[in-house]
Design a protein around this ligand. Structure first.
Ligand SMILES: [Cu+2]
Length: 144
């Protein structure tokens, strides 16, 4: 009886642990020579995501494939829960996107602004994260 209990407990733990450790899956397309994308991936992993990195020197094709307009391009493109996350968007806003589940392609923090996760330093002003959809000019998702 005691043996059975121990066995059941071990099975329960064995099943529960990988599920907890896995985190929210992210596929990250990045240039192998860009370091801030790796730092951003670490920031995500520290905040409950699990990042799979795919190195490519042809990010233009990735942007085209996922419908990221040129004016919203960052240094990398990530796919999370069916959404496109372009650039160094903080983990907390990705979670908000997944929770609110708006009918858009995704969100973008254009460029590589100092003060965003992965780019050390102090921000020179508020950083804007935009929706990726058909809106011109792009609609603001959040300022931080
Ligand atoms: Cu980068």
């Amino acid at each position: 009886m005691r043996y059975l209990k121990t066995l059941l407990m071990a099975l329960t733990l064995g099943l529960a642990l990988p599920a907890l450790a896995a985190g929210i899956p992210v596929t990250l397309y990045k240039n192998p020579n860009c370091g801030c994308c790796d730092a951003w991936a670490k920031h995500l992993e520290a905040n409950g995501f699990q990042v799979q990195t795919i190195n490519t020197t042809d990010l233009a094709s990735i942007d085209q494939k996922y419908g990221v307009p040129e004016n919203l391009e960052g240094c990398h493109t990530a796919i999370v829960g069916g959404y496109v996350v372009e650039g160094l968007v903080p983990a907390t806003y990705i979670k908000r996107l997944l929770k609110e589940h708006p009918p858009v392609k995704g969100i973008a923090l254009p460029g590589m602004p100092v003060g965003a996760p992965g780019m050390p330093g102090a921000k020179s002003g508020p950083l804007n994260v935009y929706y990726i959809d058909a809106s011109v000019p792009p609609r603001l998702f959040v300022s931080f």
